[in-house]
Unconditional design. Structure first.
Length: 462
């Protein structure tokens, strides 16, 4: 009998759907099919462009249905899931439009006697079979970013969505099929983590795109076949520097959104806010006022702003970390309590110890830490003193301070007068240190999923 995966709502636990789980034989079949396609020519470019544009049309037409499905299985409030679906549509169109940007370039020849009578140029080719292992927190748009670039460049893709949120992946892939993509070009595998490793580490896989925990991602990277490349997107503990001259009324709503959006379950969520001592009291009280007005609850309720954590165990972990910070001297300004079994109050902690879990680890929950500082240089040193490095931010009216902070913060991206969770789908998106490897974003991922080939042509007529 085929094992079933039961997909439950993270909010109230109701059963959404049961779907068949794939076994090792199905994984072997999927890899064999994908490898066979790799040996053939990819789908012609005009057809791929047409398929992607039609897929975008189909997703756009069903955006409300898909947003509700995403909110139900993943817990992100409906108001934000709708935005995710709009981004997904834009991302698919972006891939179709970016195919023409995958160009090679000319390599100069004739510069030496040995290079005369030659011309040289590069082209880009699909890298081969792509294995995509995804996460739960943006269940539709993450699949777009991992699968659609592969389709765009002509790679066969085997995708394993998170077991908590597989339905959004199936919705996207079914739209690809309906748009005309032969089903063997994107195959969905629903399986246990132990079997997912068999996909990723198989010698027929040329590229891994992974979104999830650093421990799992780095472990998988160490087991990739020789020559296989990867892009890893892990967690972070995003720092923000707020100078005394910052526009506080502008900054606070942005930082509250960046920290409490999707209950903080975002890899670039605002987590550590370093506030100048001259304004820290006012800043803290105003952030608390915003946090206390947020509506926490059912993600399918139009009024909900903060939904549940993905699993009950995450609520317990976050509460334990908050209590540890409190016991070590951190002041809980608001929150710090569980709401039922699945939700957690938006929480603000003032000056938790720098060695506490809430300061050193990725919280992945609705918790913002505030640290008072006197010297910006000291604050930036503390901001950098964690294993993570992803996106950071600085709020100031001084352009020199902004640019100096952007230079000194160890981050792949620094937002000036904006929160750390800002992202548009055409921009590069990458983690440093333990936060990841490689570059995400639609076109950057397309480039990662291709290889450059050099062609040298010799002729006496040149």
């Amino acid at each position: 009998m085929t094992e079933k995966l039961k997909v439950h709502s993270p909010y109230d636990g109701h059963l959404i759907k049961e779907i068949d789980m794939d076994d090792e034989a199905r994984i072997e079949q999927a890899l064999a099919i994908a490898h066979g396609l790799e040996q053939k020519k990819p789908i012609p470019t005009p057809e791929r462009i047409a398929i992607l544009n039609k897929t975008a049309d189909l997703v756009e037409a069903r955006a409300e249905e898909f947003a509700r499905q995403s909110a139900e299985e993943g817990g992100k409030p409906l108001i934000d899931s709708r935005i995710e679906l709009a981004r997904a549509v834009q991302g698919i169109r972006e891939a179709a439009n970016s195919i023409g940007q995958l160009t090679g370039h000319e390599i100069p020849m004739g510069l030496t006697t040995s290079s005369t009578n030659r011309m040289a140029f590069t082209t880009r080719e699909p890298i081969g079979v792509v294995a995509a292992v995804s996460a739960f927190n943006h269940p539709f748009n993450l699949i777009v970013h991992q699968v659609i670039p592969g389709v765009a460049v002509g790679c066969p893709v085997v995708v394993k969505p998170a077991r908590t949120t597989p339905l959004s992946c199936l919705n996207l892939v079914n739209c690809l099929y309906e748009a005309g993509l032969p089903e063997e070009w994107v195959q969905v595998i629903i399986c246990k983590g132990s079997l997912a490793e068999k996909i990723v580490t198989d010698s027929r896989v040329s590229f891994l795109t992974f979104i999830g925990s650093g421990k799992v991602g780095w472990g998988l990277r160490s087991k990739l076949a020789e020559g296989a490349r990867c892009a890893l997107e892990h967690g972070g503990s995003a720092p923000v520097i707020v100078e005394a001259d910052a526009d506080m009324d502008d900054a606070l709503p942005l930082l509250a959104k960046g920290g409490f959006y999707h209950a903080g379950q975002v890899c670039v969520s605002v987590q550590r806010v370093f506030v100048h001592e001259d304004i820290v009291e006012e800043f803290s009280s105003k952030l608390v006022a915003i946090a206390e007005k947020l509506v926490v609850g059912d993600p399918l309720d139009e009024k909900t702003e903060v939904g549940p954590l993905i699993q009950e165990g995450e609520v317990e972990r976050i509460h334990k970390w908050v209590e540890e910070a409190k016991a070590a001297g951190g002041k809980i300004l608001t929150g710090g309590k569980k709401i039922g079994k699945t939700c957690y109050e938006p929480t603000v902690i003032l000056n938790p110890p720098y060695d506490a879990n809430v300061s050193q680890c990725e919280i992945f929950g609705p918790v913002i830490n505030i640290y008072s500082y006197k010297d910006r240089g000291d604050a930036i040193k503390l901001a950098n003193d964690v294993p993570f490095s992803f996106q950071a931010a600085v709020f100031t009216s001084d352009i020199n301070a902004a640019l100096q902070s952007a230079k000194d913060l160890n981050a792949a991206a620094v937002m000036i007068n904006d929160h750390t969770a800002f992202r548009v789908d055409w921009m590069p998106f990458a983690g440093r240190k333990s936060s990841g490897l490689g570059v995400g974003g639609i076109l950057p991922s397309m480039i990662e999923m291709t290889e450059e080939k050099l062609i040298v042509f010799r002729s006496k007529l040149i």
